[in-house]
Design a protein around this ligand. Structure first.
Ligand SMILES: Nc1ncnc2c1ncn2[C@@H]1O[C@H](COP(=O)(O)OP(=O)(O)OP(=O)(O)O)[C@@H](O)[C@H]1O
Ligand SMILES: [Mg+2]
Length: 341
């Protein structure tokens, strides 16, 4: 649905050129929630602003539904933008207008007649969970409520794409979760394609189907969220995964364990989806004369199911331990023997 090829943006400043986005290629499917994660300065905001040409690209193409956004005239762009909603970290609401009038604003610009506007705004207010707050002013709302107004306004013209630039970064964790739930809800209800950028892996974990990791204007790694969590390749990706899975004590405890229990074999088990339970552990102890010590484990939920890793030690006769490992290999749980951690 969205196909981005060779997209670059160079900012020319007095003393040097800044390559904020550097030959990015990316494709996003219809109806998916696609996350882009990166540290400050990676080029995330520039990238997302290129998608609706709030920023003019230096080179590259952006196809949205077979329309090359880059080629559009000013007038055509205005029409195309009605199909691309956007929400912002600091909400960008009109402070002198009520909630109702903020949401009505893009409809006024699109020339929607008053009666239809009234109906549509009321629908949107209900959709984002702000019933009864239509007459309030933004200053009377909490951060989460303000972002709900932002979302309703972005959806006013029934866009097919929603761009989110750090939409939850100004919110506390609980409010973040409620806004993320709302995004999943509208993604499912409306079949909306969502591209969101963030520097928080928690946001990616919770709602995205696929993710791209950005560093210095480039996509350095991308894939299904579950795959990226399980097998992060780049250093920067590993750091992000550690935000969610990290446990600073893990390395220490592993060293201690290896010193303490010199016998046996240490295994790292990767559980994905429905296998994410401990049935395997009891299964092994039942089938083989080995003891299974659980040393460390962390299981977490993503949009595509639960996943996690567990560090265990198998203790017993060498031949039996090795049979037990062979058995684990026949299941869909991935196993690493003597993992480097
Ligand atoms: N208008 C501009 N003029 C010059 N340089 C810019 C401009 N906008 C962004 N940059 C530079 O481009 C690079 C990418 O910036 P961008 O805002 O896209 O990063 P970001 O990933 O969104 O960071 P953050 O997480 O802090 O929002 C940075 O080096 C920034 O200084
Ligand atoms: Mg930014």
């Amino acid at each position: 649905m969205i196909s981005i090829k060779g997209l670059s943006k160079v900012f020319k400043t007095k003393d040097r050129d800044v390559k904020a986005v550097d030959h990015m290629d990316l494709s996003v499917d219809k109806g998916e929630i696609f996350g882009v994660i990166g540290y400050s300065g990676a080029g995330k905001s520039t990238f997302i602003r290129l998608l609706n040409r709030l920023e003019e690209p230096t080179e590259g193409t952006i196809q949205i539904n077979d329309q090359n956004i880059i080629d559009l005239s000013k007038n055509d762009l205005r029409v195309a933008r009605q199909n691309i909603g956007m929400i912002f970290q600091h909400f960008n609401l009109l402070w002198s207008r009520t909630v109702f009038d903020n949401i009505a604003f893009p409809l006024e610009i699109a020339g929607v007649p008053k009666e239809e506007r009234l109906k549509r705004v009321n629908e949107l207010i209900d959709l984002v969970g702000l019933s009864g707050r239509g007459k309030s002013y933004p200053s009377q709302l909490s951060g989460g409520q303000k972002q709900r107004v932002g979302i309703a306004r972005a959806l006013a013209n029934n866009p097919q794409v929603l761009l989110c630039d750090e939409a939850t970064s100004a919110l506390d964790p609980e409010t973040t979760d409620s806004i993320l739930d709302l995004l999943v809800d509208i993604n499912e209800k409306l079949g909306l394609t969502i591209i969101l950028i963030t520097h928080e892996m928690h946001v990616i974990r919770k709602i995205c189907h696929r993710v791209a990791v950005m560093e210095s204007g480039k996509v350095v790694e991308s894939g299904d969220v579950l795959d990226v969590f399980l097998h992060p390749k780049e250093k920067v990706t590993k750091k992000f995964v550690d935000q969610v899975m990290g446990d600073p004590d893990r390395e220490d405890s592993l060293n201690l364990i290896q010193e303490t229990y010199r016998s046996g074999e240490i295994l790292q088990l990767h559980f994905v989806g429905e296998n994410t339970n401990q049935a395997l552990i009891s299964d092994i102890s039942r089938k083989f004369p080995v003891d299974v010590n659980i040393l460390h484990g962390k299981i977490t939920q993503t949009q595509k199911g639960a996943y996690g890793t567990m560090l265990v030690q198998l203790v017993g006769e060498e031949a039996e331990v090795s049979r037990a490992i062979d058995y684990i290999r026949t299941t869909s749980v991935e196993v690493e023997v003597s993992p480097n951690v």
